[in-house]
Design a protein around this ligand. Structure first.
Ligand SMILES: Cc1cc2nc3c(=O)[nH]c(=O)nc-3n(C[C@H](O)[C@H](O)[C@H](O)COP(=O)(O)O)c2cc1C
Length: 153
């Protein structure tokens, strides 16, 4: 299930991890659907929430949850050969979940190329400072909310 109820604030310390990677090949809609099914099942079992942006051959994903659960999730993701050149852009404690309702919201290709998002991802990759990381998480939150030209699942 993609959507799940908000987690209790009393759960303990929370960690937020953001990474970027490059797809090693194009993934078809069926493969994305299977990937999401499996990812959501595992994330739900470990109370990991977040969102995944897939654009221009790149992935940007936010994972949030209990620190060990986030680390285990990232280890699973990092060993997946459907992407490479994984770079952790951010990994720090956080106060609250930004994606409490999603075991892994997926934001896929826009109806039309979104040059602003493409340019921002270039910049994020080159200079992943705190401002760009904050903006990346805010961008994922905005896109995950749906309603725009982007496909969300
Ligand atoms: C871009 C990308 C994002 C992924 N995100 C997650 C995730 O959030 N959680 C997860 O458990 N697996 C995720 N995966 C899948 C794992 O890397 C791994 O393939 C999966 O856990 C193995 O599941 P299976 O044994 O059911 O095939 C992701 C893979 C890719 C390529």
């Amino acid at each position: 299930m993609a959507r799940q109820s908000a987690y209790s604030a009393a759960m303990g310390p929370l960690q937020c991890l953001l990474y970027m990677s490059h797809a090693t090949r194009e993934l078809g809609a069926d493969e994305i659907a299977r990937l999401l099914d499996s990812a959501r099942g595992r994330n739900e079992a470990e109370a990991v929430t977040g969102a995944l942006l897939h654009y221009g051959g790149r992935f940007v994903q936010v994972l949030e949850g209990e620190p060990d659960a986030v680390e285990r999730c990232f280890a699973r993701i990092a060993s997946d050969n459907r992407h490479a050149r994984l770079t952790r852009l951010h990994n720090a404690p956080c106060e609250t979940r930004r994606f409490p309702d999603w075991s892994m919201r997926y934001v896929g290709c826009a109806a039309q190329p979104d040059r602003a998002v493409g340019a921002f991802l270039d910049q994020l990759e080159l200079a992943p400072g705190p401002d760009n990381v904050r903006q990346a998480i805010a961008l994922l939150q905005r896109l995950a909310g749906g309603g725009g030209a982007w496909q969300v699942r």
